[in-house]
Write a protein that binds this ligand. Sequence first.
Ligand SMILES: Cc1cc2nc3c(=O)[nH]c(=O)nc-3n(C[C@H](O)[C@H](O)[C@H](O)COP(=O)(O)O)c2cc1C
Length: 224
Amino acid sequence: MTPSDLDALFSRRHSCRAFRPDPVPRAVIQEIIATARRAPSWCNAQPWQVTVTSGADTDRFRTALQQEASSGTPQPDLEWPTRYAGVYQERRRTCGWQLYEAVGVEKGDRAGSARQMMENFALFGAPHCAIVSSPADLGPYGAMDCGGFVTAFTIAAEAQGIASIAQAAVASYGPFLHDHLDIPKDRLILCGISFGHADTDHPANSFRTERAAVSDIIDWRGTA
Ligand SMILES: Cc1cc2nc3c(=O)[nH]c(=O)nc-3n(C[C@H](O)[C@H](O)[C@H](O)COP(=O)(O)O)c2cc1C
């Protein structure tokens, strides 16, 4: 694989927000995870574990999560950001408006935006969700390592032609998730990754987010 092949793979991946129901073969899911586990981690701790739902278990999870989201109070294991300001706020708004424009939710349409938000808890119709957790003892560094794993998972999935989306929204209801999925309390539930085959005709999949220029990212010190 050349650097430009790798760049093309990264560029092709995008967050999928409408899936077809057909399942991904277990062997393919295992291959994705076999590749993603190559992600680096501090002390090679490999803190990630994934609880992967399939078939009726995905549907039971989806239904229970939707119920929890309609009635429960968010209680994520990992604290949400305290605020998005400046350029971070702008980028957040831009990708939100891109999604709303794609699915036909107009500015000020609160019911429409709430409906679209709720699609998170329907897992965007995905046949599978991988819930990512890390030992609580490893704190933010465990979460950092798992972030690398999440990216590796999404790229490895893309290489297999499988669409995916990382979802902090899925991790919003910590106590419910620990209970429903039987995930021990000494692990932090960080996010879900819904995955499957993309519904490429769905308007939610019709837009692509932008990236800052390389020059906005690098703060050079010295000359090469
Ligand atoms: C850790 C993490 C959590 C995310 N949580 C959500 C989420 O809850 N709902 C959602 O629609 N997108 C979520 N996303 C997807 C981002 O919005 C998306 O990655 C970003 O806008 C860039 O777009 P792209 O993935 O299509 O390149 C999340 C992404 C990451 C990495």
